[in-house]
Design a protein around this ligand. Sequence first.
Ligand code: SAH
Length: 278
Amino acid sequence: MTKSERKRGNKKSKDQQRFTSDTSKSRKFKEPSKSSSFLDKMRARLSGGHFRMINEKLYTCTGKEALNYFQEEPSLFDLYHAGYKMQMSNWPEQPVNVIIGWLKKKSPSLVIADFGCGDALIAKSVENKVYSLDLVSNDPNIIACDMSNTSLVSSSVDVAVFCLSLMGTNYQSYIEEANRVLKSGGWLLIAEVKSRFDPNTGGADPEKFSNAISELGFKFVKKDFSNKMFILFYFTKKFPYVCRISKILKGKKLNGLRLNLVCISVVDTKRAFFLVDH
Ligand code: SAH
């Protein structure tokens, strides 16, 4: 994303627009394959229909609108999640489980923020301190909020997770919020449906998507294409740049004032501390 695109506010780059607009089509979830009776089939069809309707809504409105939508009718959230679970049961591997496996190999002292946590499976599966965030809270451990504007303290989190939750037309602001709450060097994990990156259906180019995220203050680490249904991106939050005065060159006197030339070098925080120590 270029500076001028950022200045234009909501106007996004072509690829980001595709990433956003393609989504309603691209989350093509299948109906459950086996139902025990006619009634079960009818129920599944109805709940699948509701799920798709709400899913479409979440992809075509802002996080704030989504929050109002569920606040006005909380039962829609339960409907959405019942449908979501049913659809996900068809996936050979669930991205949240891959993320849990990754987290379990890391230190349990890492603080995690699970953006769009759903049933808060991460918090239930790891020893770490986890902030579980979603639009509706049916559990005292889930913080109800629009994840573009959380109550988390700046630079307080080691890992930010977006597992199939980058919905909403303002998803860029969710990444910006993750950047705010993450410590420098902290991890950002994004799992997204593979079809959102399918060039045959107008999906985003994964490379350009990574670049757009990097422009928001992250360093791309790796992407995992090995799963059938989803892609997993790994980033770390960049260290802030610090300016250091490296040299002061004495200049000429002008109207009684001496003008000096100051040489400034840009260093990252880690290196700045190193220099101060020496
Ligand atoms: N991460 C969970 C659930 C994914 S479903 C899992 O992998 O199982 C996507 C979730 O993101 C939904 O629960 C939805 O309510 C949440 N979500 C979408 N937009 C949101 C927003 N603006 N703020 C908070 N949660 C949001």
